[in-house]
Design a protein around this ligand. Structure first.
Ligand code: PMP
Length: 356
């Protein structure tokens, strides 16, 4: 029988999110442990009264609020149903079948999937031995078919950070017809080393019309469940994104929640200091327990356990702590609240002793 669906999809895996089970501590999806602020919950509850109407497809108020916060005109901003949908839309607006998308590997799990779904070809450039982007090799991977490059900064799942100087040198070398997406889902957790500039994509993108900055309300703003992210890009790219955008996919509750969260931005961003302090504490404790743990600039740590990764994550789940396993490569642990982190550290230090 003639296949009903595209034969090439057979080899494409579905995205597998971090799982959990009742009673477990979930440190698997880089969420925040704290729920939305009362002001955000109230705004969502009020907006629920209007759910008989379609949402504002142009997200006018949200764009205005983002424009005021970021100092960027509204015609340079697009919103999406999570920044992952903006990643997907970027592939759609740049790639025909057979075109190439370059990204570091390992990086965000969705990049190869959305690339394959568009019929484009993923060009995975292995990370450096210290788990960061190999920008030289990424430049060398550019061909006539390259249309899009994802640069995830900080990188998920390794937490590595590219400096502003490294990024600028890279961007200067990328031909202007190739779109570069700076995926800054974890930007709010970045604390540059003393003497280093903050590698702020919005500043770096100034005067570079092929650079798109992607950010999300899912992480530092604590709204992973409601699905809203945004892109800052050249107006021509924003127009292209609007053409492939699934109509009404940023729902009214999501728009309201994002606006209310922007109004509470100082309070929400102050929370990231607590996560960063916990990140450093967990990092130090793991290192003291004998683990190799790369520095992280995000709300997670990467344990490059190689072949031991799956067994480690399974044993953690048995101990009631759900982590994210990347079989054969490593385990990623989200930084939770101090109690959750202590539960993980209890497990990891015991496990470390058993392994040693
Ligand atoms: N980019 C990166 C690097 C991520 O890790 C994630 C979420 N895991 C996303 C984008 C997508 O986030 P969301 O769709 O929730 O905005």
């Amino acid at each position: 029988m003639t296949p009903r669906t595209r034969p090439d999809l057979e080899s494409v895996p579905a995205y597998v999110p971090g799982r959990s089970f009742p009673g477990a501590v979930k440190l698997a999806s880089n969420e925040t442990t704290l729920g939305p602020l009362p002001s955000v919950r109230e705004a969502i509850a009020e907006a629920a009264a209007g759910l008989n109407r379609y949402p504002d497809n142009g997200a006018t108020e949200l764009l205005a609020a983002l424009s005021a916060r970021l100092g960027v005109p509204t015609d340079r901003i697009a919103v999406g149903c999570g920044s992952v949908s903006l990643c997907q839309e970027l592939v759609q607006v740049t790639c025909n079948a057979g075109d190439e998308v370059i990204f570091a590997w390992r990086s965000f799990e969705a990049y190869p999937i959305i690339t394959a779904v568009a019929g484009a070809t993923a060009v995975k450039v292995p990370n450096t031995p210290d788990h960061g982007h190999d920008l030289k090799a990424m430049l060398a991977a550019i061909t006539d078919r390259t249309r899009l490059i994802f640069v995830c900064n900080p990188n998920n799942p390794t937490g590595s950070l590219l400096s502003r100087a490294e990024l600028e040198e890279f961007l200067d070398a990328v031909p202007e017809h190739i779109v570069v997406a700076l995926d800054e889902a974890y930007f709010e957790y970045v604390r540059p080393a003393p003497g280093e500039d903050l590698p702020d994509g919005l500043e770096i993108a100034e005067g570079r019309s092929n650079v798109v900055v992607l950010r999300t309300f899912s992480k530092a703003y604590g709204l992973a469940g409601i699905r809203v992210g945004y892109a800052v890009a050249d107006p021509s790219l924003v127009t292209a994104l609007s053409k492939v955008h699934t109509p009404f996919s940023v729902n009214s509750l999501a728009q309201t929640a994002a606006i209310a969260s922007l109004a509470a931005a100082p309070e929400l961003l102050a929370r990231t200091d607590g996560i960063v302090a916990e990140r450093e504490r967990v990092h130090a404790a793991l290192t003291a327990a004998g683990y190799e743990v790369p520095e992280s600039n995000a709300n997670f740590l990467w344990l490059p356990l190689g072949e031991r990764s799956a067994a480690f994550a399974d044993a953690a789940a048995e101990a009631g702590v759900v982590l994210r396993n990347f079989t054969g490569e490593g385990t990623r642990v989200t930084i939770g609240d101090p109690h959750e982190n202590d539960l993980f550290l209890d497990f990891a230090t015991k496990q470390g002793r058993e392994v040693a």
